[in-house]
Design a protein around this ligand. Structure first.
Ligand code: GLN
Length: 529
């Protein structure tokens, strides 16, 4: 196993995750099997309890792991299915060590950060690297992204573990990549001081980077690269410029142009094979159509819906359609803002806030025949809207939202999980689609696997009445309703699962394809340009 460890300097939010995923893509394009591990130096066991408005989207893996959104990037860039063990947190590491201490496993030793915590970190990294990808072979290369910024107190034990690993691995088996910021000043000059400082901080921890990726608004010039090289002892060819690009999937293209793959392959003693051009072709295509989609949400932060945003892009790519998103606040929604959009998307969410606005948007989409895609909470609200305005139950609501008629409720099975301390239905589930429905047509099959993250469900007591009133439940997981649609509408589909967790540029999600296709059609029908 060869390791590529990616650290970050200067500040967070530099796109270290995308850089890591892109390096993986360069190798994958050369036919190498790649896996990825994300280290998050916070004390939470996982991202499940973290506020998405602060931390961004909680990504859900096939095994139900609720993880950092970077694992979503790895899955999308590398076409792999990761597991909870690929997201290592301080919480998980300490929990393992403390449990073993209570169990007496340390035989009276003083339990310390070094060696016990660092050993555990190394054990976690090795175990994650050794996990077969997509249930098959073990990868040849494991990317390890260390979250946070070099110099943070939280990341110290992790960087110490990396230092130890580095010492024990042959140079061709372990690479250190440092991602830093190279800002441009008001005169238009690149500044190297922040990079000098962060490399200095890294060296103080005993780590000398092999490669520096400089994030910048402009391409970093050869002179600037030389200067960075002189201060850091990293050869000029290994100082790589990563300038901002409009589409994250073009970053591998940019890094390829910078010659990063040559450097990585030569350092890791890998044959630099001719890269498969499919990815580059896919992400460089010109769009021939455009569509505007409204996303009605209660969070003002786009990072909360990163997988949805990306899934729209994946479907858009497949249909040569550039999808523009209009973010609308559910609490202050003005229906006039929906008049000129081509489609309406209601994402997942928790709690009462903003749901009345989302219900108005769904009603608008249903009555005005606008393409509509509802996801998780969006599915539940579609059912509630139908119950209120078609079935005639004015106080229809979800048990989650308080008193009323609970057409969405906590099922006994879920209540049991609740009592056991788990709170949500998470991860993969097989859903059976009803033949001759739009859902089955979109997927091209009737057995599908998708991922969940929810507690409440359609109350079985109302399914018959809803169906008699015209709502078609076109997908179910045993007796739990998973998909609903309206046959007399150009595109009205909602899912209890989150198809966005399985979408990638090379494998766009069927419900998103259907939705974007309908948006594209509705746009040409209305003649909006
Ligand atoms: N709050 C809803 C539930 O728990 C929906 C969850 C979601 O949208 N992810 O069932």
């Amino acid at each position: 196993m060869k390791y590529i460890v990616v650290t970050g300097g200067v500040m967070s939010g530099l796109g270290k995750g995308i850089t890591t995923a892109s390096i993986g893509r360069l190798l994958k394009n050369r036919g190498y099997e790649v896996t990825a591990v994300k280290i998050d130096p916070y004390l939470n066991i996982d991202a499940g309890t973290m506020n998405p408005a602060q931390h961004g989207e909680v990504f859900v893996l096939s095994d139900g792991g609720e993880v950092d959104l970077d694992l979503g990037n790895y899955e999308r860039f590398l076409d792999i299915n990761l597991k909870s063990l690929h997201n290592i947190t301080t919480g998980k590491v300490y929990r393992n060590v403390i449990e073993r201490e209570r169990h007496g496993d340390f035989l009276g030793a003083t339990v310390q950060i070094i060696p016990h915590i660092t050993d555990e970190i190394r054990h976690c990294i090795d175990r994650a690297a050794a996990e077969g990808i997509n249930g098959g072979r073990v990868a040849e290369i494991c990317l390890v992204e260390v979250g946070g910024t070099v110099g943070d107190i939280e990341s110290m034990p992790f960087l110490e573990a990396v230092r130890q690993m580095h010492g024990e691995h042959a140079p061709q088996d372990m690479l250190l990549v440092h991602v830093t910021l190279v800002p441009v000043d008001t005169m238009g000059d690149h500044k190297t001081k922040p990079t000098q400082h962060s490399v200095k901080a890294l060296r103080e921890l005993g780590l000398q980077p092999d490669i520096i990726v400089g994030r910048s608004s402009e391409v970093i010039s050869p002179q600037t690269k030389k200067k960075i090289s002189a201060f850091t002892d990293v050869p000029v060819k290994a100082v790589v410029s990563a300038k901002d690009v409009p589409d994250i999937y073009q970053i591998p293209v940019e890094l390829e142009k910078e010659g990063l793959a040559d450097v990585v392959c030569s350092y890791l003693a890998l044959e630099n094979r001719e890269p498969d051009p499919a990815w580059y072709r896919l992400v460089s295509q010109e769009y021939t159509n455009r569509a505007t989609v409204a996303i009605v949400s209660k969070y003002g932060i786009e990072d909360v819906y990163i997988s949805i945003k990306e899934s729209l892009k994946h479907a858009g790519r497949a249909l040569s359609t550039e999808v523009n998103i209009r973010w609308l606040d559910a609490e202050t929604l003005d229906l006039r803002d929906l008049a000129d959009v081509d489609g309406i998307l209601i994402p997942g969410g928790f709690g009462q806030r903003g749901i009345e606005g989302k219900l108005r948007a769904i009603r608008y989409a249903r009555e005005n025949k606008k393409p509509f895609l509802g996801l998780c909470l969006g599915f539940q609200l579609a059912v509630i809207e139908y119950a209120r305005h078609v079935l005639g139950i004015p106080d229809a609501t979800s048990e989650e939202m308080g008193p009323g008629t609970h057409v969405i409720a906590l099922l006994p099975e879920q209540e049991e999980i609740f009592n056991l301390g788990g709170t949500m239905r998470l991860g993969n589930c097989t859903v059976t689609l009803r033949e001759d429905t739009m859902a089955a047509r979109l997927y091209g099959k009737t057995e599908i696997v998708e991922r969940h993250r929810h507690r409440y469900e359609v109350n079985p007591a109302f399914i018959g009445d809803l169906e008699d009133a015209g709502l078609v439940f076109s997908g179910a997981c045993r007796d739990r309703m998973e998909v609903c649609e309206l046959p007399d509408h150009p595109f009205y589909l909602a899912t209890q699962f989150h198809p966005e967790f399985r979408s990638s540029p090379t494998n766009p999600s069927p419900p998103y394809i259907g939705f974007v296709e309908a948006c594209k059609k509705s746009r040409s029908a209305t003649g909006i340009r």
